[in-house]
Write a protein that binds this ligand. Structure first.
Ligand SMILES: [Zn+2]
Length: 290
């Protein structure tokens, strides 16, 4: 695809970049939970294996303190069988991923990243925390960065059960020396972690604020713009009714303060604002992948 590797926009005085980390394909039914296929396939058509294409989009913020990266894509450590099942298409130059390519296209190396904030530790959000080299050694992808996660999420990832284990792959987090936070927290001036539970109990979304403007990286609270209607909740969510109430509260803030919303997994829509379509929520002012 001849698509550009990143899209730059301003939030007040801060420059942000939506970085395209490649694609994965997940089962459309699992992505839309109880929503009937006749409805969701109109918004995102499935392939012959009933999978829909999803982006692996990350957010880079040029902060006074240094580069801040929010989520790290899927990484380069998975085998061919895994990549076939999940339709992973994220290979970059030099054995790394398209996330590193997008950084390089902006003139940065992985060593330039000062902060990595994970929304949660599922493989398609934290898989790029670490990488494997040609000799098979796993190391930190961003060795000079301070990695940040909710304490509860690290505990949840380390203590899986039969339902949750498939999404938490230890090589994405076990060697990472995390800085742990608890609850809503301003990690850096203007960069705030907001607990948004439901997908997993300690999921967080990241709000970036500057000079009265706000952008929110929703992550799996609302993975694509098609998931904006309140009940369009993923089958993957471990607490779907909590997701519903989290959305209701967050939408109130987003609407009241005019937040720009960034979608991590939407293959075509990078960002937009919350709108209402009769009684349902939807997207207005979309910014699409060029
Ligand atoms: Zn997830």
């Amino acid at each position: 695809m001849g698509q550009r590797s990143s899209t730059t926009f301003k939030v007040g005085r801060l420059t942000c970049h939506a970085l395209e980390g490649g694609y994965q394909r997940l089962d459309g039914g699992a992505m839309f939970g109880v929503v009937p296929k006749v409805l969701w396939q109109r918004r995102i058509p499935p392939d012959e294996r009933n999978r829909i294409t999803l982006a692996l989009r990350c957010l880079l913020v040029e902060h006074d303190d240094g580069l801040v990266l929010i989520d790290t894509g899927l990484g380069n450590k998975e085998n061919e069988k895994f990549k076939d099942i999940y339709g992973v298409d994220n290979a970059g130059r030099g054995g790394r991923t398209r996330l590193e390519d997008a950084l390089a296209d902006l003139g940065h190396t992985p060593d330039d990243v000062k902060w990595v904030i994970n929304t949660h530790l599922h493989f398609d959000h934290a898989g790029g925390n670490t990488y494997v080299d040609a000799a098979g050694r796993v190391g930190l992808s961003f060795p000079k960065a301070r990695y940040v996660i909710q304490k509860g999420e690290l505990d949840f990832a380390r203590n899986t059960n039969e339902r949750t284990a498939g999404s938490y792959l230890p090589h994405n987090f076990q060697i990472v020396p995390f800085h742990l936070i608890e609850g809503e927290k301003e990690i850096l001036p203007g960069i705030r972690a907001i607990p948004t539970p439901g997908h997993v109990p300690f999921h967080q979304s990241i709000l970036v604020e500057s000079a009265g403007e706000r952008v929110c990286f929703l992550a799996d609270l609302v993975p694509t713009s098609s998931h904006l209607p309140l009940p369009w909740i993923m089958g993957y969510d471990v607490q779907p009714l909590v997701t519903l109430e989290t959305r209701r509260q967050l939408y109130q803030r987003a609407e009241g303060e005019g937040w720009l919303l960034v979608f991590e997994h939407d293959a075509t829509v990078i960002s937009g604002r919350l709108g209402r379509d009769n009684n349902s929520f939807g997207l207005v002012q979309p910014n699409t992948v060029g």
